[in-house]
Unconditional design. Structure first.
Length: 278
């Protein structure tokens, strides 16, 4: 039996698993097998997006799992091209149907796309979805403090979550501080920095060896002990299981300090101020 996954309480009282499963860049045809492996391993939170074009693959795995809907936590995201009030309502309905769900647990604006100038009206649509009872929580992704400030000028609901690129090479101190001050949970995307050179860092290797754990597990513990929600992605069953097996050990304060030293302000993805692709 896999260990119980801790939850964080969102600002509207909804409980969200602190560790979930991401499916970015997984082709739809492979997504069902990956999500089924994750659900079998014990994950209950799945992170997809319109842009990933694999909501149907997620839907098949959810339906085949036989897991009660109330035990699942499904996140999807509004793509930039669908921003705008009416467009957002229509895009959400498409996602909801593709996922085969009555409601979505967390719906996020994927990017602020500031040059489009539409995230405030898109947020108003997410508030309407909340009132309609078809989402349990709403949030944003890739929002810098300035974008959150602009939203706050007219929003009646504070975002529950801000999902941003976050790992030891990009620790996002300013975003995390803003989120914490405003009751917004920070969720880390690419928590393993896409499985690249971060996992070969000598300081992480030393800690991993001492604990008899993998580098990926050490990095995931760093996130969990900071309070981040994490959504590592893998299509490899052994890694899917390994990334969930992170609740039986702890990093010391000195270990955390070692990982903190790896900050380089280095992104694997675009800067949110500049990304306006549709
Ligand atoms: P991750 O940091 O999760 O890294 C995934 C990569 O690391 C894959 O290549 C995977 O390989 C490899 N990997 C996974 N586990 C291990 C392990 N234990 N040991 C060694 N290598 C490992 O990157 P992602 O970019 O996928 O981010 C995670 C999720 O975050 C996405 O899937 C998506 O849901 C979300 N995301 C959101 C974005 C946003 O704009 N909101 C942007 C990007 C991601 P393999 O699969 O071959 O096993």
């Amino acid at each position: 039996m896999p260990a119980e996954i801790p939850t964080v309480t969102l600002n509207n009282g909804v409980e969200m698993p602190q560790l979930g499963f991401g499916v970015f860049q997984v082709p739809d045809a492979e997504t069902t097998a990956a999500v089924s492996a994750a659900l079998d391993a014990g994950y209950r939170s799945i992170d997809t997006a319109t842009a990933y074009q694999n909501e149907p693959g997620v839907a098949k795995a959810l339906a085949a799992s036989g897991i009660e809907r109330s035990e699942l936590f499904v996140t999807t995201k509004l793509w930039n091209a669908d921003q705008g009030y009416e467009e957002t309502l229509a895009a959400f309905e498409r996602s909801r149907k593709l996922l085969g769900l009555e409601y979505v647990d967390l719906y996020l604006i994927h990017w602020p796309a500031p040059a489009l100038g539409k995230y405030v009206e898109s947020w108003r649509a997410l508030e309407k979805l909340t009132a309609d009872g078809v989402v349990r929580a709403i949030g944003v992704s890739n929002f810098q403090p300035a974008h959150l400030e602009k939203l706050a000028e007219s929003a009646s609901i504070v975002p529950a979550v801000n999902q941003v690129e976050l790992h030891p090479y990009l620790q996002q101190a300013a975003v995390r501080e803003y989120d914490e001050e405003h009751g917004i949970v920070t969720e880390a995307w690419s928590p393993l920095a896409k499985g690249g050179s971060l996992l070969g860092e000598p300081s992480i290797q030393v800690i991993a060896e001492r604990l008899g754990r993998s580098a990926a597990q050490v990095v995931l513990r760093w996130h969990l002990q900071l309070g981040n929600v994490v959504i590592p992605k893998s299509v490899t069953p052994s890694r899917i299981a390994e990334n969930l097996d992170v609740f039986g050990f702890e990093l010391t304060d000195a270990d955390i300090a070692e990982l903190n030293k790896l900050e380089r302000d280095e992104r694997t993805g675009p800067h949110p101020d500049e990304f306006n692709a549709v």
